[in-house]
Design a protein around this ligand. Structure first.
Ligand SMILES: [Zn+2]
Length: 122
């Protein structure tokens, strides 16, 4: 259970002026200011049967990602949502998922993306 101090720190943490970009091709995917809380957390982890743990961050919008609406992934971690793979709009690598439900959001894989300061972008 979060302490009161934790909650205050979370509330005060301003979104920095950063972009999330594709690690392969540096395509801009989302504004870090669009990071959103789903089920109480910004970031979630999924343990796969293979033993790999995927960590992803939740974003209310990710204009640089293209959801593949022809595919639905079974067994989403969020009960009210179905999810579809989301690909980089530039290099087509899968970088996360689009979760379709009451409040749609993107889950972007932390280890396939990088964060850069907006001002560093040419
Ligand atoms: Zn890419």
């Amino acid at each position: 259970m979060p302490t009161l101090l934790n909650r205050i720190v979370q509330a005060e943490a301003k979104p920095p002026d950063q972009l999330v970009v594709c690690e392969s091709c540096a395509h801009a995917l989302a504004d870090l200011a669009c990071k959103t809380i789903v089920m109480g957390l910004h970031s979630h982890q999924v343990a796969l049967e293979s033993g790999h743990v995927l960590r992803f961050d939740c974003f209310s919008d990710a204009p640089g990602l293209v959801p593949d609406n022809s595919t639905t992934v079974e067994g989403t971690v969020f009960p009210e949502y179905r999810c579809v793979p989301a690909h980089c709009a530039q290099c087509d690598e899968q970088l996360g998922w689009f979760f379709v439900g009451p409040k749609p959001f993107f889950g972007i894989l932390a280890d396939r993306t990088t964060r850069i300061r907006r001002t560093d972008r040419r």
